[in-house]
Design a protein around this ligand. Structure first.
Ligand SMILES: [Zn+2]
Ligand SMILES: [Zn+2]
Length: 210
């Protein structure tokens, strides 16, 4: 099951140019079986979700991209309306209580703009970032960051034994489906999705035409 775990739509994410009405057609064109709506601290109601997922053949899941004091975190299985900047240790407590999953989104975005060698941020330093103590997974493929930034995230996840997932962070139609997480099993609820991710029953892929 091919899923894009990280997609923004407008107007819920003001920074996105993707309208929900165009989303499903484009997702299907990109060969996706499912996708996660991860707006910036805006949740869809279950009725709204039902309405847009009425079209068959595509599973729509809900996540939330939460701004924490340690950077952006994608959260699944925790449907609370959070506002402002959240302390990551507090978020962790709440998400754990709810049985949810936390993913460090694009953890090195902007960090390696001048190249790893110039910035001299080595793997050891990167692994010590606080965010990694509080997440279950790391986004190791994100289409909005540079290759070295993705590569650093991949190495950190590997070193720390965290799951490494892929999500496009799509804000434009043509970005949908660029970074895909491929689940071994079919899932139809967020709970099942979390279970499969937690169990590591997935691989990641970058769209070949990107
Ligand atoms: Zn955004
Ligand atoms: Zn995002």
């Amino acid at each position: 099951m091919r899923i894009d775990l990280h997609i923004h739509t407008r107007p819920r994410s003001a920074c996105s140019a993707i309208y929900p009405s165009e989303l499903l057609k484009e997702a299907r064109r990109a060969g996706l079986d499912g996708l996660c709506l991860t707006e910036h601290q805006r949740l869809w109601t279950s009725q709204e979700l039902e309405e847009i997922s009425r079209e068959r053949g595509l599973r729509i899941f809900q996540g939330n991209e939460i701004t924490t004091n340690q950077g952006d975190v994608l959260v699944f299985g925790y449907e609370e309306n959070v506002k402002g900047v959240v302390m990551i240790h507090e978020l962790r407590k709440e998400v754990e209580k709810a049985g949810g999953l936390m993913i460090a989104a694009h953890p090195f975005r902007g960090f390696l703009l001048f190249g790893i060698t110039q910035l001299r941020m080595d793997l050891e330093q990167a692994c010590r970032r606080t965010v990694f103590q509080y997440v279950d997974a790391v986004e190791v493929l994100n289409c909005k960051v540079t290759d070295p930034e993705n590569e650093m995230a991949r190495q950190v996840a590997e070193r720390l034994g965290l799951l490494g997932v892929a999500g496009s962070d799509a804000h434009r139609l043509d970005e949908i489906g660029r970074c895909i997480t491929i689940l071994e099993r079919d899932v139809s609820t967020e709970r099942e999705l979390i279970e499969e991710l937690r169990a590591g029953r997935f691989t990641t892929e970058v769209c070949s035409s990107w």
